[in-house]
Design a protein around this ligand. Structure first.
Ligand code: HEM
Length: 523
């Protein structure tokens, strides 16, 4: 080879190296530290390589490696920043510029024709209007506030749950899937019917009786399928949508679609039933409010508006966390109680002392049950249900700390990392409800709870109060009536087998509820 051609090859190689440096290693000015980018998927590929079961833990490893609480990534061409520090997250989450959501494929996948609908994944004026409408009118029917009438209906559902757990076996065929003899039940399935009924009461003013509740179990399982197969970074289909046609990715894609379409179908059926009996002069429930609005509303160009697709997807945005979300959170709490029987004993004692055993606990008992309340707070902290929250998007250029970030950058808040920061909690991995109690009086000290299970800011979870109320009622009821044990054939729960999809949680597991002092035999 002549000298000239050798030099030419060297020049080409250097150019290619320089191009690789610019594209994969060089970081934009004032961008947070982070890893170089792999071809195609870039840092999403690195996350998959590091920890495919828990992407938030993969980012934690990277952040520790780069010794930073603000990690800069690039996800297949989109800049993304992960915040792992509570104070920084609080400041950023309350900035309007960060209230946007990216247009991600996994959000579109939830709709038959891939339209972007609902509340959680839209932004701008549509999001404000839809979120306001939902919150305002769900509250009218008891959601997230004190309402004697609603609490009575919730109690009724809890009586049914106590009856189911006390029975020797499922009374109806579908119940036999998750109830075995002697109070042995499968989590999270066992909570799905109760929680669906509690939510549907607000939405359609109706509940399903035990004999006819099979469709609730089915809808809850479809929602679980979706929640377990999505992920906090939008799934691989957000970056390479065509992969859905390539085996074996088709399997995951089909599960996601089947979960989403199955849930939508259930919601469409209940909405249809409401439509048939709708009377604009006699509004009965939330769906009626919506139907009236949809008739009065004149749709503008490109506006999300008040059509049927929007109702179905926005309801799905609420139904998934209100049923599967709370069911999984309760299941993780049960696992913690199995591992910490001393906590359960203290709750037993507290409930026995404070609540008359002739009746179920109510929200009025809350002030007298600080340890129970602290245990629920500890469960929400240590087992952060949505470990990375829902991804935010900058709606304009943003500066914070020493960083300058461009419009359309993704922001992920590592809520799990924040809720388990050693500097804040001291012993974050220990399940210790006492951390929220006053050492002298034993009372609950809210200012000690610096966790962020529901995020903060304008995007803060609108279901927070509902969740806290319902979790309190379910947990206090179960504790009053039952002892909780692993099945005789099972070992104690192994928390390392948990998985993170959209939500973090255990695989299905069985647990035994043993009635206490005959308390379990209700109706
Ligand atoms: C254990 C229960 C729950 C937990 C841990 C939880 C947590 C969260 C978190 C972390 C977010 C993301 C906030 C952000 O983007 O910064 C969120 C959003 C949301 N949650 Fe919840 N949630 C729960 C229950 C509920 C319930 C019962 C509802 C029923 C209405 C609900 C409805 C929503 C909606 C609609 C959003 C999107 C809000 C928006 O984008 O404006 N959640 N939730």
């Amino acid at each position: 080879m002549s000298l000239v051609s050798a030099l030419l090859w060297i020049a080409i190689a250097l150019l290619l190296l320089y191009r690789f440096y610019l594209k994969n290693i060089k970081r934009p000015p004032n961008y947070p530290p982070g890893p170089p980018r792999l071809p195609i998927l870039e840092d999403y590929g690195i996350l998959l390589l590091l920890n495919p079961r828990h992407l938030h833990r993969a980012t934690a490893r990277l952040a520790n490696f780069y010794r930073t609480k603000v990690l800069g990534l690039s996800l297949a061409g989109t800049p993304a920043i992960v915040v792992r520090d509570g104070d920084t997250a609080r400041k950023l989450l309350t900035r309007r510029e960060l209230d946007g959501r990216p247009d991600i494929f996994v959000a579109r996948m939830r709709q038959q024709e891939f339209k972007l609908r609902g509340i959680s994944f839209i932004d701008g004026p549509d999001w404000k209007e839809q979120r306001w409408f939902f919150l305002r009118h769900l509250r009218d029917y008891g959601f997230g506030r004190r309402s004697e009438q609603y609490e009575q209906l919730v109690e009724d559902e809890l009586q049914k749950l106590v009856g189911l757990l006390s029975s020797a076996h499922g009374r109806y065929e579908y119940e036999c899937d998750f109830v075995r003899e002697a109070g042995i039940v499968k989590c999270p399935d066992v909570f799905l019917v109760t929680l669906s009924n509690i939510f549907l009461q607000v939405v359609i003013g109706e509940r399903y009786d035990r004999a006819n509740a099979k469709s609730l179990l089915k809808a809850g399982r479809k929602a679980t399928l979706f929640a377990r197969n999505a992920d906090d970074y939008g799934t691989i289909f957000t970056y390479l949508p065509w992969l859905r046609f390539v085996f074996p990715f088709t399997i995951k894609y089909n599960k996601l679609r089947s979960g989403a379409m199955g849930l939508n179908h259930f919601l469409e059926v209940i909405i249809d039933k409401q439509m048939q009996t709708f009377d604009p002069n006699g509004l009965r429930n939330f769906v009626d409010m919506w139907l009236r609005e949809s008739r009065n509303h004149v749709p503008q160009n490109n506006q999300v508006g008040y059509d049927n697709d929007q109702l179905v997807l926005a309801l799905a945005d609420c139904f998934i966390p209100a049923t599967v979300g709370i069911a999984i959170q309760l299941s993780m709490l049960l696992e913690r109680l199995l591992l910490n029987p001393n906590v359960l004993s203290r709750m037993h004692q507290e409930v026995d002392d404070a609540v008359d055993s002739e009746r179920l606990p109510t929200l009025d008992d809350r002030v007298n049950l600080p340890y129970t309340e602290a245990t629920i707070r500890e469960a929400l902290r240590i087992d952060t249900l949505i470990p990375s929250g829902i991804v935010h998007r900058t709606q304009q250029n943003v500066s914070f700390q020493e960083y300058n970030v461009k419009e359309n950058t993704l922001f992920l808040f590592d809520l799990d990392g924040i809720n388990n920061q050693t500097e804040v909690w001291g012993d974050p991995r220990t399940f210790r409800p006492d951390r929220f109690l006053d050492e002298q009086t034993g009372g609950l000290v809210l200012s000690k709870d610096r966790s962020l299970p529901f995020s903060v800011g304008k995007r803060e979870c609108p279901g927070q109060t509902h969740t806290r109320n319902i979790m309190f009622l379910v947990v206090a009821t179960l504790v009053q009536r039952f002892d909780v044990r692993p099945r005789e054939s099972d070992r104690l729960p192994d928390l390392s087998t948990r998985q993170t999809g959209l939500l973090q949680g255990p695989n299905d597991f069985w647990v035994q509820f043993v009635p206490r002092r005959g308390n379990g035999s209700v109706k």
